[in-house]
Write a protein that binds this ligand. Structure first.
Ligand code: GLY
Ligand code: MN
Ligand code: MN
Length: 443
């Protein structure tokens, strides 16, 4: 079984985030809010897939961060009662419902097994919460996830405070335990990409490459962190292509952007490789250019660097390369343009990276919200570095030389910022041309 090879290369799965660490997060959060306030953190809603069938539920990252709770309809309420208390409202035990949809910890299970001070049934929430809110001066709440809670809050307050302003800042900096989980997610995704490369043959369906990768996640009690992108030939030039429905063709490059989740923490890797194991000359030139840009981007991930430094670094390399290859008929300065908005953006139209954590496009953002200063890189931040070049033959807005048409290449790694420089969490996934050519189709 091919996945056994992955299992033996994976280290020990790290433990989930401890209750002590979640308690510390709760204390940190509460220390930043007014003791006359109440903070309410709800779960994500269940969403319909078809008629009475639902998408697999995924917990809300804020709720998970603070309490580890994953059950549907869970609501955490932070209220000050002499000192701060974390109360969890959960679905009550109900044998008939549990027979159909699964066991529930219930009120007793919640208090026994989760790091909270109090637990109550959701059936009591409406009256309870209305009372708590009556005694409060303000409320922190994110609207739009739990319509019942939204209604209760709206009846008590016209204006809401946003808990994300506090929580996002806390989530940006990863602890040792979080980094261990992210390293494991990075290792698993790296090894899954390697399996797809090994098994790849010209003519294989994009969906078959997807199945190798996602099967590997599932085999290791993980799942995708975002819908896997497997695009060959021209499909690789569509940034969020995830139909994965076409057969690959001899001579194509396939771009696979796939990552997994471990205890909620994401990895996010892209590799681009020739399905027949050998880059054409044109593909090799573009690949080498994107790789140079990516390495320049990683190099720029230093403590103290402004968030935008890595994008500037990748952009400079790509703009120069596009001029050198004759793809842009202008000077380097013209290609780059004012404010990094020159014609090189026709072929590199996205940002260079994003923060990574409990959400694949993690909170905290490079610009720290509207009108706030640009973020500076600091130890404990994890981000992606993912430049690419895309020459879609389908593009009607620009003329693409047939030599480059149908080439789409992105290379994406996950990087931890440390005092000793950038640490590539996804380093197990090969990206040098010789390594990739040796690997593809090698089984
Ligand atoms: N997988 C989505 C991204 O790379 O941002
Ligand atoms: Mn990414
Ligand atoms: Mn990605």
């Amino acid at each position: 079984m091919m996945y056994e090879r992955v299992s033996s290369a994976l280290g020990q799965r790290p433990p989930k985030i401890s209750h002590e660490e979640m308690r510390q997060r709760q204390r940190d959060f509460c220390s930043k809010i007014d003791s006359q306030s109440v903070a309410i953190i709800t779960n994500n809603p269940v969403s319909i897939r078809s008629r009475d069938t639902h998408h697999r539920h995924r917990f809300n990252s804020y709720l998970h961060y603070l309490t580890g709770w994953h059950g549907e309809e869970g609501v955490a309420v932070f209220h000050h009662d002499g000192d701060w208390k974390c109360r969890l409202y959960v679905q009550a035990r109900d044998v008939e419902k549990e027979t159909w949809t699964g066991r529930r910890p219930g009120v007793q299970g919640a208090i026994d097994q989760w790091p909270v001070d109090e637990s109550k049934s959701r059936d009591e929430m409406e009256a309870d919460l209305a009372n708590i809110l009556t005694a409060a001066n303000s409320v922190y709440h994110i609207q739009g996830l739990d319509t019942v809670v939204d209604g209760i809050v709206a009846a008590a307050f016209d204006e809401l405070l946003d808990p994300r302003v506090i929580l996002d800042e806390m989530r940006v900096f990863k602890s040792t335990a979080e980094i261990a989980l992210m390293q494991y997610a990075a290792d698993l995704a790296a090894l899954a990409h390697i399996e797809a490369m090994r098994e790849c043959r010209s003519g294989m369906g994009e969906w078959q490459l997807q199945s190798i990768i996602e099967g590997c996640f599932l085999y290791h009690q993980s799942e995708w962190a975002y819908p896997s992108i497997v695009g060959s030939g021209d499909n690789a030039t569509i940034l969020h292509y995830n139909e994965n429905k076409d057969p690959t063709r001899d001579g194509d490059v396939v771009l696979i952007d796939a990552g997994c989740e471990i205890d909620g923490y994401a990895s996010d890797i892209t590799r681009s490789f020739p399905v027949n194991g050998k880059f054409t000359e044109a593909q090799r030139e573009i690949y080498a250019l994107v790789l140079d840009a990516q390495m320049a981007g990683i190099e720029a991930c230093k403590v103290g660097a402004p968030w935008g430094a890595m994008h500037k670094a990748t952009s400079r390399v790509l703009a120069q390369g596009l001029v050198d290859l004759g793809i842009l008929d202008c000077t380097f300065e013209e290609a780059l343009g004012d404010d990094f908005n020159g014609p090189y953006r026709q072929f590199f139209m996205h940002g260079t990276g994003h923060l990574l954590g409990l959400d694949v496009h993690d909170v905290g953002g490079g610009r720290q919200g509207d009108n706030r200063p640009e973020r500076t890189l600091a130890p404990g931040m994890v981000l992606t570095v993912e430049p690419g070049l895309y020459f879609g033959a389908w593009r009607e807005d620009i003329e693409i030389d047939p030599k480059w048409a149908g080439i789409g290449i992105r290379i994406e790694d996950d990087v931890l910022i440390t005092d000793d420089g950038p640490m590539i969490l996804t380093a197990k996934c090969p990206k040098q041309i010789s390594e990739i050519e040796a690997l593809v189709g090698s089984i």
